[in-house]
Design a protein around this ligand. Structure first.
Ligand SMILES: C[S@@+](CC[C@H](N)C(=O)[O-])C[C@H]1O[C@@H](n2cnc3c(N)ncnc32)[C@H](O)[C@@H]1O
Length: 274
């Protein structure tokens, strides 16, 4: 099947309709990302031109929700970028240890692997009993999976390697129980994680926290939207709070850059100035 060329205007009109009809705002996501996802959906659904896709999205709610899922990329893993977690243990944990209570916000937590990784670190550092982890995403399907904390056995080998390379202190198998082809994360990790639906584009400040992790999310936003979300993070962080971004993201070109110091440039860890 050959898909007819799609213009910028057609994409803009489709995203405008999605926003008006369903309240999801993708209008400032990066153009290249949105175009790829639209083309992919059209190919998968045998839709040759964007007018047909537009009509289907407006007229068929079930289809529209699966299209919305397409626009959110949920690829994630436990202890993603081991170097980041090593730096977290070496540079960030000593700061967090000085607080009586610790609030951490995972913005764009996808299916939960990142939040469980953090729970493991906090438990091993003796901080979990005074920690609350808020893990949010706008993709309810991903959030439901995160809450269940059930992952395929096939991933565990890779997650165990990541855990070991990231400075893990135990045997990773202590943190889950195996059952047939999957593993279930321990209740002791789940107990201080609050899962919530939150949209970074349309919702406001979520909580006042000591640390925010928003990794591999801003990469899908255009510059204007990145700055808007950075503003939200700035107002959600306590003074001296810590902001962690993904390996391909950074504050260097953000409007708010001057308000932070770099704790670890390579691993994109920043500290809000007092
Ligand atoms: C690639 S995953 C990153 C998951 C995890 N942070 C990591 O680094 O492995 C990106 C996540 O951001 C979420 N996301 C995208 N736009 C969002 C928005 N406007 N509000 C909240 N979450 C969003 C997606 O649903 C997806 O789960």
């Amino acid at each position: 099947m050959r898909i007819k060329d799609i213009t910028e205007l057609e994409i803009a009109l489709l995203l405008e309709s999605v926003f008006i009809r369903y309240g999801y705002d993708f209008r400032q996501y990066s153009g290249a990302h949105i175009r790829r996802r639209i083309m992919n959906r059209m190919l998968m659904s045998g839709i040759a031109d964007i007018t047909q896709l537009h009509n289907r999205v407006l007229g068929d709610e079930a289809f529209a929700y699966s299209f919305l899922q397409d626009l959110s990329i949920t690829v994630t893993e436990m202890f993603r970028d081991e170097g980041f977690y090593r730096s977290l243990r070496d540079n960030v944990i000593p700061v967090l240890k000085t607080y009586p209570f610790i609030k951490i916000w995972h913005a764009g937590c996808s299916t939960g692997e990142e939040a469980y990784s953090m729970a493991v670190v906090m438990q091993e550092e003796g901080l979990y009993d005074r920690t609350t982890i808020y893990a949010t995403d706008f993709n309810q399907h991903a959030l439901n999976r995160a809450k269940d904390g059930i992952y395929s056995n096939k991933m565990i080998k890779e997650y165990t390697t990541n855990y070991q390379l990231s400075g893990g202190k135990e045997s990773f198998s202590n943190y889950y129980t195996s059952s047939y082809d999957h593993v279930i994360m321990n209740q002791s990790l789940k107990k201080n994680i609050v899962w919530a639906n939150h949209n970074l584009v349309t919702d406001g400040v979520f909580a006042e926290v000591n640390m925010i992790l928003c990794r591999n999310v801003l990469i899908y936003f255009d510059k204007v939207l990145q700055n808007k979300v950075q503003d939200l993070f700035y107002h959600s962080l306590m003074n001296g709070g810590i902001l962690c971004l993904g390996s391909k993201e950074g504050l260097r070109f953000a409007d708010i850059y001057e308000e932070y110091t770099e704790m670890d440039k390579k691993h994109r860890i920043y500290k809000k100035k007092y």
